[in-house]
Ligand binder design. Structure first.
Ligand code: F6P
Length: 492
């Protein structure tokens, strides 16, 4: 039996499972849960002289193999190239990217080092599944070392149009190196199309079935696999959480006011300043809502060594203070801006209590907060999702969310009022539609679809031109902007 070897920068070690997991960790956990396998990556630690052998832990059929990084690796590979170049560029923010050749060298050095470690772990029939932008050239380095395993890649974040990718110095060595995988998976059709066009600019020929590209003497397949959530389990978690003392105390603190919730890592891609502007606009123009609503924005700090994140920390705290200064009363604080991290169970309980979720990133690969908010609702009295047209989740949840443009401050403010005043029948209908999508395409289905596309039953050794199964080729429903917000008549 082939084994699955998952590789990602972060590895959610079992002893840390109480910590809040990012989207990638949730997805990989689900993929390995019933299949077993190996999860290889960075330990999260910095050491002056990292060991040559990965440190292994076994838990519930999964072997976790992690390596430390030197401080130089951490600065150049993680803080530098991954988070100050690839992250902003792939989120369409070329203006924020800070490119240094030394960081690119560090990124390449660490990826080669990961390939060296993997060589000690993998067998010829293992299936390798590499995740996210930290590891783009890994397949290339494994191929150079003579490994012909099936190797797939999944990009959790957006893939911008070719013009933007080309702004990245030496893009052929990073984004272009994705052509060395057998299958590259994306969150949305738009991301997949952008990458296909980029490969064409590099001389790639689209395959006759349109699902791949022949380039540099090999074939890479491209597919769309929107990441899902553990829909049923999260809904159960929310039901239980809403009965805990902690969530009940939170509920009491709201004194019967409506609750608007936002949950995002502190990151410029999440559009938090724009969202605060929209809330300010809402409070300025809708005085009848004063003292009747509380907006809780939960924003754990992240990547605190990166200067752009430090700047954002200062400016968002300042903006939050301004809003409270302008509108608070002695017995009402309109905005609670919280940098603490909460467990997934606590968040599930908060989501269930919320009347509206503001999920308004300027750009996001998928955004699982949107999906978890929907799953956490009470179907008899659900809250309303306000969702950015620039979140990958809009491709799937446009059938029930109110889709907004986060750059349109007045539009978001008006839609917020609409969400707070939406009649029960319309809320139920919208929630029902979104839940149908989430139940059908949950995280297990995502892993199944991806792995079925990477390793078809009919795989013959050495064969490289196998068509993707139908499940993997399902196109995401792409809705025109604003469709979601006008899908139902007011008062329906
Ligand atoms: O895909 C982006 C992602 O890996 C998410 O899964 C996660 O929430 C976030 O980035 C974590 O970033 P970092 O590993 O830099 O803390």
């Amino acid at each position: 039996m082939s084994r699955i070897v998952v590789v990602s920068n972060r590895v959610a070690l079992p002893q840390k499972s109480g910590a809040p997991a990012g989207g990638l960790a949730v997805a990989v956990n689900a993929a390995l849960k019933d299949r077993g396998g190996i999860w290889f990556g960075w330990s999260g630690r910095i050491a002056p002289d990292p060991s040559d052998t990965p440190q292994e832990t076994k838990h519930a059929g999964v072997t976790y193999a992690v390596v430390d990084l030197t401080n130089e690796d951490y600065q150049e590979y993680y803080n530098g190239f991954a988070n100050r170049v690839l992250w902003p560029v792939l989120h369409y923010r070329v203006d924020l990217s800070e490119f240094y050749r030394s960081d690119l060298s560090g990124y390449i050095r660490v990826n080669r080092m990961f390939a060296d470690h993997l060589e000690k772990i993998i067998r010829p029939d293992d299936i390798l599944w590499i995740h996210d932008y930290h590891m783009m050239p890994l397949a290339k380095y494994l191929r150079e070392r003579g490994h012909n395993n099936r190797i797939g890649f999944f990009l959790h974040i957006p893939m911008p149009p070719a013009d933007i990718i080309q702004a990245l110095p030496q893009h052929a060595d990073t984004v272009g190196a994705l052509a060395h995988y057998d299958l590259v998976g994306f969150q949305t059709e738009g991301d997949r199309e952008n990458f296909a066009r980029y490969l064409e600019t590099r001389g790639g020929q689209t395959t006759p079935d349109g699902n791949g590209c022949d380039i540099g003497g090999r074939r890479v397949r491209l597919g769309t696999f929107p990441v899902g959530i553990e829909t049923g389990a999260f809904a159960r978690r929310a039901r239980h959480a809403s009965r805990t003392r902690f969530v009940k105390a939170f509920d009491e603190s709201l004194s019967g006011r409506k609750l608007i919730i936002g949950v995002d890592r502190l990151d410029y891609s999440k559009g938090i300043p724009n969202r605060l502007d929209a809330y300010d606009q809402f409070l300025r123009t809708q005085p009848d809502w004063h003292d009747r609503v509380t907006f809780v924005q939960i924003t754990p700090k992240s990547r605190t060594d990166v200067p752009e994140y430090q700047d954002m920390d200062r400016s968002v705290s300042h903006r939050a203070g301004q809003i409270n200064g302008a509108y608070s009363d002695v017995s009402w604080t309109p905005l609670r801006y919280v940098n603490r991290t909460y467990s997934r169970s606590a968040l599930a309980g908060f989501y269930r209590r919320a009347d509206v979720a503001l999920v308004t990133p300027l750009r996001d690969g998928m955004n699982l907060v949107a999906k978890e908010f929907v799953a956490a609702q009470d179907p008899a009295d659900p809250g309303v999702l306000l969702l950015s047209q620039f979140a990958g989740a809009a491709s799937e949840l446009g059938n029930g969310a109110l889709i907004v443009n986060p750059h349109d401050t007045e539009g978001v403010a008006v839609t917020l009022r609409r969400a707070l005043e939406m009649p029960l029948a319309e809320r139920r209908e919208r929630h029902r539609r979104m839940m149908r999508v989430l139940e059908e395409h949950d995280i297990n289905r995502w892993a199944e679809d991806y792995l079925a596309a990477l390793v078809p039953d009919s795989q013959q050794p050495g064969r490289r031109d196998i068509a993707l199964p139908r499940a993997a080729m399902r196109s995401v429903v792409r809705l025109p902007v604003g469709w979601g917000s006008s899908a139902l008549p007011r008062g329906a």
